[in-house]
Design a protein around this ligand. Structure first.
Ligand code: SIN
Length: 321
């Protein structure tokens, strides 16, 4: 297996960010994401043997600006490379801000039987102590791991499943959490310590990935699905506005077990009566929404609000996640 290629796709992010353009700086806040090419990032890692690595720049963006068009382009490149016999895995360098969304999108769309490893950094490439190089090295270790499969995220030596991972810290290097499920494993000294199973790969989804991507490409516009949050004093005004402006679905980030203020609930019921799809999630960082006997809005099956939104958009385009 060692002779097979690992493809590294660059999309931008802090990992490719620079703050000054005049050498190393201690500024980890005032920088611009997506400046350094993926080949340059990889070349800067002396410990890495580049023999069987192939670098490709798919985008150079700050991931807060992630778009559906870029998701489709990325999915296409991932699928293209995974289909090649001499490719063992794909690594993607990505910004941390929407990393969990891209990871979930790729897992739901492709369900790959080869590993797709997203990695990132919390410090720009020209920081005094950038974390990107170690993260890339760790991501490649995971990509080459025995029996590795599915979409995972590697950050600060921790391996997370796409379905569980959430950015949980705004500043620390170890910025991601897998919540109750815990991480899949750890990377320590170039060695993977696996704690639980890799994400499942579903044969039918995997085989139909090219058609699923083609369907996304042919969708002129993705269905508008928005997230609304419950909080003290919530009203239904925004929901009423959205229901009359072409929104097809609403994901509610409810309080606790997905509960919603009575005024918001009334508006959601009006929206549902107009044909909008409503999904109930929680704004809690951990735990899942449990179904209740009197539920009027289906629960999100443990997905966070942003991931439930992706699942609903795919469903509305007849793509079962
Ligand atoms: C981004 O998400 O592209 C910028 C922030 C980061 O990568 O940490």
């Amino acid at each position: 297996m060692q002779h097979q290629k690992v493809v590294i796709l660059g999309t931008g992010g802090t990992i490719a960010g620079t703050s000054s353009g005049i050498g190393f700086t201690a500024d980890n806040i005032n920088y611009t994401a997506g400046q350094v090419g993926v080949s340059q990032l990889v070349e800067a890692i002396p410990a890495l043997s580049r023999g069987h690595l192939l670098m490709e720049q798919v985008a150079q963006t700050d991931s807060k600006d992630m778009s559906f068009a870029l998701w489709v382009a990325l999915a296409e490149r991932v699928q293209h490379h995974l289909a090649l016999d001499d490719v063992q895995a794909v690594v993607i360098t990505h910004g941390t801000d929407t990393l969990e969304e891209t990871a979930y999108f790729l897992q739901a769309l492709l369900s790959p039987s080869k590993p797709v490893v997203l990695t990132c950094a919390m410090r720009p490439a020209d920081a005094l102590a950038p974390d990107g190089p170690q993260n890339i090295l760790d991501a490649i270790t995971v990509a080459r791991g025995p029996n590795a499969q599915g979409v995972v995220v590697v950050c600060a030596g921790v391996v997370h499943a796409a379905v569980d991972v959430q950015k949980s810290h705004t500043y620390r290097l170890d910025a991601f959490s897998s919540g109750d499920g815990g991480p899949i494993g750890y990377v320590e000294e170039n060695s993977l310590r696996l704690l639980r199973n890799w994400p499942a790969s579903h044969e039918l989804i995997m085989q139909s990935a090219p058609e699923r991507i083609a369907l996304l490409k042919s969708s002129l516009a993705w269905p508008r699905v928005e997230v609304v949050m419950n909080y003290a004093g919530a009203s239904g005004e925004l929901v009423d506005l959205m229901a009359s402006s072409g929104v097809r679905g609403l994901v509610v980030a409810g309080t606790g077990n997905g509960t919603v203020h009575q005024a918001l609930e009334a508006a959601l019921l009006r929206a549902q009566a107009l044909g909008l799809h409503i999904v109930r999630t929680t704004r809690c960082a951990q735990g899942r929404v449990f179904a209740r006997s009197d539920d009027v809005f289906p629960a999100s099956d443990g997905l966070s609000p942003v991931k439930a939104r992706i699942a609903l958009m795919l469903e509305l385009m007849n793509i079962q996640p």
